[in-house]
Design a binder for this molecule. Structure first.
Ligand SMILES: [Ca+2]
Ligand SMILES: [Ca+2]
Length: 221
């Protein structure tokens, strides 16, 4: 009897603990877009494409888009999540003229991601992702060396243009960033800085797209 009582007491205490935790923060989804209705509201330089049977924003090459939100509710932190597709022949840390190939996310103008990415089909390539920022040595960016496809969530997708139909030609990453933020406006810029000697076919050789973007404003209580 005593044993059973103790178990029930512990269970109640655990339930109370989680109930109180839940009340400690309030989440508001301030932006959610799977692009299936082709909505580009609040996006500058947006364009809709299709990849893997789903509508995406992209494809982009040496450029990107800017999402600008306003009238955010009172909050303490912001969480951004989305799928990032890296299409075709990215060269990661390769030296010019093939690289470096850098994917960039700026939030309110500060650098949230500045990382090289390489296609897994490039045997000799390396990439700095999942390290989000390079170190700086002798006034130069020094990117870390990881294997291509490091931290990717899917590596057997088909290429989009140069490697169209080729397995492994597209790599999917799940981007998740949580950061302190209290302002009523938020801007999220996604860009790339790519090197490719084949200028005429650059957009076909190296491109990227984004899907399932969700942004939450979270208030602590
Ligand atoms: Ca979609
Ligand atoms: Ca390149």
């Amino acid at each position: 009897m005593y044993y059973r009582f103790t178990h029930i007491t512990v269970l109640i205490l655990i339930m109370l603990f989680f109930a109180s935790c839940k009340g400690l923060q309030k989440e508001t989804v301030i932006y959610s877009n799977n692009f299936e209705d082709s909505s580009l509201v609040k996006i500058i330089d947006g364009k809709i494409g299709e990849y893997n049977g789903s509508k995406v924003i992209g494809r982009y090459s040496q450029n990107g888009f800017l999402l600008k939100l306003d009238s955010l509710p009172k909050h303490d932190i912001v969480q951004i999540s989305f799928d990032l597709y890296i299409h075709d022949t990215w060269d990661g840390n390769a030296a010019k003229p093939e690289g470096p190939d850098i994917w960039i996310m700026n939030i309110d103008g500060w650098s949230a991601i500045y990382a090289t990415i390489a296609s897994g089909l490039c045997a000799d390539c390396t990439q700095s992702y999942p390290i989000l920022q390079p170190s700086i040595e002798n006034n130069r960016f020094n990117f870390y060396n990881y294997k291509p496809n490091s931290n990717a969530i899917q590596t057997d997708l088909l290429g989009a243009c140069k490697l169209k139909g080729e397995k492994g030609g597209t790599v999917k990453y799940r981007i998740l960033r949580t950061f302190e933020h209290k302002e009523s406006t938020l801007s999220v810029g996604c860009f790339a800085q790519l090197e490719d000697p084949d200028l005429a076919n650059k957009h076909c050789n190296e491109s990227w797209s984004v899907d399932n973007m969700k942004i939450k404003a979270i208030e602590f209580r």
